[in-house]
Unconditional design. Structure first.
Length: 311
């Protein structure tokens, strides 16, 4: 995997809008937040446009903005203004060679999962982390923003946390792949399928999805064979998701079905480590994860850790 260069204070970060548009007040707040982090924020040419009421711009213009950001040698990082929906529309307009020819940190989460998958296909690491809409919010989690700034400038990324319910104990090593489940699942079996590594740590998070849709998407991945090389599962936040099976939480449902190796409903080929409650996704915290980085995931009881290989 190609590792993009780290940033220095004063470097330029392009703010792009490859999905839905961000309202002007929040966009201005995102610019201010980036500059408070010590970087220069440069909006892409069409980042404030509107198309069909929801999108930031027409698909070809959103793609042009990303081409502009990656091709400009003065831009050192590319930050999505927000997610929503739309990046799957522009994958064919970009192609992996854009990212491999000009490797830079692509930063975002939610719908930006499609771009993380594209980056993995290009052989370039990317950053699942807070983006414009997150850092622009009043009362945004300062730790998530501080960790983002620290990472971009070379800071550590070792994590330990306590999960809400027990997962599956064990130790796994693999390349981190994943993001928002609803954005990830449609890519399985496509030209942008990111499940191409021998050993994978699968990261998933979700927002405002029913429990049965979460189950369906995991089974879609399993039917495509995408989970055959998964050696560990890292679950982030499941924010405002359904509980129509009365398990109490998505995590409790998964522990009884999809991720229970003794259950016929399991989507995993064998018992592997599973960790819950990692502070990333659509919740109040969103600490950086490097897509394409090799991590060691370890869980014992309620205690979990995630450490880059060799750190």
């Amino acid at each position: 995997m190609i590792i993009p260069s780290l940033l220095e204070p004063g470097d330029c970060i392009a703010i792009v809008s490859p999905s839905y548009h961000l309202d002007d007040e929040q966009f201005d707040a995102a610019i201010t937040a980036v500059e408070r982090m010590g970087f220069r924020a440069i909006p892409s040419p069409h980042s404030r446009d509107r198309f069909l009421d929801r999108y930031s711009a027409a698909p070809e213009l959103r793609a042009d903005d990303l081409k502009w950001a990656f091709n400009d040698p003065g831009i050192k990082g590319v930050l999505a203004s927000r997610g929503g929906y739309g990046t799957i529309q522009i994958l064919d307009l970009l192609g992996p060679e854009l990212l491999s020819s000009h490797p830079k940190w692509m930063i975002g989460y939610s719908d930006i999962t499609s771009l993380h998958a594209l980056s993995l296909c290009a052989g370039v690491q990317s950053l699942h982390a807070a983006m414009g809409s997150f850092i622009a919010k009043d009362g945004a989690d300062s730790e998530s923003i501080d960790l983002l700034r620290s990472f971009l400038c070379g800071g550590p990324q070792k994590y330990s946390w306590t999960q809400a319910i027990p997962g599956i104990d064990g130790r796994a090593e693999g390349v981190l792949v994943g993001g928002n489940l609803a954005t990830l699942a449609p890519l399985a079996g496509s030209a942008y399928d990111p499940f191409r590594f021998r050993d994978i740590i699968l990261f998933i998070e979700e927002v405002e999805e029913s429990a049965h849709n979460i189950d369906r998407m995991l089974r879609t991945l399993a039917l495509h064979g995408a989970l055959d090389r998964v050696r560990g599962v890292l679950c982030g936040a499941f924010t405002d998701c359904g509980d129509e099976f009365s398990c109490g939480s998505v995590e409790a449902l998964l522990s009884r079905t999809c991720f229970c190796p003794r259950n016929a409903l399991s989507v995993l080929p064998k018992a592997i480590p599973v960790a819950y409650s990692f502070p990333a996704g659509h919740g109040g915290r969103n600490v950086p994860l490097v897509e394409g980085c090799s991590y060691v995931l370890e869980t014992r009881g309620l205690d979990c850790s995630l450490i880059p290989v060799g750190k």
